[in-house]
Ligand binder design. Structure first.
Ligand code: ADP
Ligand code: MG
Ligand code: ZN
Length: 505
């Protein structure tokens, strides 16, 4: 039996507000346990929630960037469950009236560009964390995260493969990061994704029973977990079994998913409107105001890069694939313009350096410590590029400019780039310390040529007999003798002159 994979994804994106959703506590990651808490987020009786306007604005911003309709009338609901990291015994969320609905995001799939529909995105507060200290008894609870604002973004079951899910997630993360509403750091848990996955016989209309996957904190694991789950469900179905609706946890060490809990339904949570919060009204004027302040969307940036710099769709895609990379590139260009270079002129060289040379080096075993190694395994667009921010923009530009001016040769430029990645020293320092500046001085090059010609009388003789190909060999010998420092153009020119003289004799 051939099965079709059906996936819908729920993402919890932490909104990057300074304070929590319903109290004034801070949202800084990694502080001492329970140092960012107050009676409200500790769930003490008698405390009353006050809605954070910045969180609402960020939700509207995200919703608009995702082509959603923004609800004028919003309700907050209590989602009741018991867990140690949820002291109130309920989570404030939105149920019937989510703030954003009916949006879409465009992704590149194997059949070209297509839309993934976003069913809804709603505001809710995060829970705290249970902490398990190795060797210590029991569990501890850290409530620093309790009450931080989340936007839960839910797609329709429109995705059809693990790769498509990763493409969608990468695209969604880009949108949120470009709009400055989420940090997108999966390891810190501020961009958490939960794919729901089911199989159905190819051609069947009805969906199969779905399984929800949790505990996935990198794009690589998203792919691994889904691929494992597709195999598992295929096996169960092929053996005549039934898929149980359940939540399964991805176990990175074992490379498999395992049951966490069986099916839960909305009514299990006894949702009801939170009596402590008034309905939230959002005016059309405010929505329009937010809309007019939206940052450029990734697709628009790609188009702009193609137009401004004449880049291919691929190069533009690589540079626009991550906000940090694009900002880095634009910073380099701005520095170059200060030095009197034109955008076009320096843009091509920089893009080449970043998208080809830098990537080539970082993918082929140059050891650098990336800020988040797990993000690099899946998307070819971002693979290995983020790491370049370890080189200050000025330094990278300095290297590229030296290459453009012919002060260093191609091979040396690459060697210096590698050294810069390894040692983080500026290009000029590396070049001067190793005497790597390109030699264009004719006298010096002629001397090397003379030596090479003397050492290779056979080749010279062959050239005289009309074997033109020997020239390439001799150029190579001269370059080698100069330690790669001779200006190849000059070598070619002078060698031809010399050999011409030699032939004439
Ligand atoms: P639940 O009520 O269990 O949370 P929802 O209908 O709210 O389920 O859907 C949650 C997510 O699961 C959505 O992203 C949705 O697109 C996806 N989904 C729903 N049904 C299926 C299915 N049969 N197979 C795969 N994904 C599904
Ligand atoms: Mg759900
Ligand atoms: Zn608080």
């Amino acid at each position: 039996m051939i099965y079709e994979v059906v996936i819908g994804v729920e993402v919890h994106a932490q909104l990057r507000t300074k304070s929590k959703l319903f109290c004034g506590c801070g949202t800084v990651f990694g502080l001492a346990a329970n140092s960012q808490t107050c009676p409200l987020c500790l769930g003490l009786p008698g405390s009353l929630p006050v809605l954070n306007q910045a969180a609402v604005e960020m939700a509207v911003r995200a919703g608009l960037a995702l082509n959603c309709t923004i609800a004028a009338d919003n309700l907050f609901a209590r989602k009741n469950y018991f867990y140690p990291d949820l002291p109130k015994g309920y989570q404030i969320s939105q149920y019937e009236a989510p703030i954003c609905e009916h949006g879409w995001i465009e992704i590149a799939s194997s059949e070209g560009k297509r839309r993934v529909r976003i069913r809804r995105a709603h505001l809710e507060e995060d829970a705290g964390k249970s902490v398990h200290v190795a060797g210590a008894n029991g569990s501890r609870v850290d409530l620093n995260r309790a009450g931080t604002p989340l936007l839960e973004i839910v797609t329709e079951p429109d995705l059809r493969s693990a790769d498509e899910v990763v493409t969608y997630l990468k695209g969604l993360r880009d949108v949120l990061m470009y709009q400055d509403v989420c940090d997108g750091d999966m390891e810190k848990g501020n961009f958490r994704c939960e794919p729901n996955l089911s199989l159905r016989p190819l051609g069947q209309k009805e969906f199969g029973t779905k399984v929800e996957l949790k505990n996935i904190n990198s794009f690589k694991f998203v792919k691994d977990a889904m691929e494992y789950e597709i195999k598992r469900q295929t096996k169960v179905l092929n053996e005549g079994g039934k898929i149980l609706q359940e939540t399964r946890l991805w176990n990175t060490d074992r490379g498999e998913t395992a049951v966490m809990r069986s099916k839960e339904e909305a009514h299990d949570y006894r949702y009801f409107p939170d009596p402590d919060l008034v309905p939230l009204k959002i005016s059309k004027e405010w929505i329009d105001q937010v809309r007019s302040s939206l940052a450029e969307l990734p697709a628009d940036r790609r188009n702009r890069l193609q137009q401004e710099f004449g880049f291919s769709e691929y190069s533009a895609g690589v540079l626009a694939s991550d906000k940090n990379v694009l900002e880095y590139f634009e910073q380099c260009v701005a520095e170059a313009e200060k030095l009197g270079f034109s955008k076009m002129e320096v843009g091509k060289e920089l893009a080449n350096c970043i998208t080809v040379d830098f990537r080539g080096l970082t993918r082929h075993g140059v050891t650098v410590t990336p800020p988040n190694p797990l993000l690099f395994d899946v998307n070819p667009y971002s693979e290995g590029i983020l790491e370049l921010t370890i080189i200050p923009e000025k330094n990278l530009l300095e290297l590229v400019v030296m290459k453009m001016k012919g002060e260093i040769s191609g091979p040396i430029y690459k060697a210096v780039l590698e050294e810069m990645i390894n040692t983080r020293r500026p290009a000029a320092e590396i070049i001067d310390a190793n005497g790597l500046r390109q030699v264009s001085d004719e006298g010096t090059i002629e001397k090397i040529i003379d030596e090479v010609l003397e050492k290779n009388p056979n080749q010279v003789a062959q050239f005289k007999e009309g074997k033109q190909q020997v020239l390439g060999f001799l150029v190579g010998q001269v370059m080698k003798a100069s330690g790669g420092k001779a200006n190849p153009g000059k070598v070619n020119e002078l060698l031809k002159k010399k050999l011409g003289e030699a032939v004439k004799i």
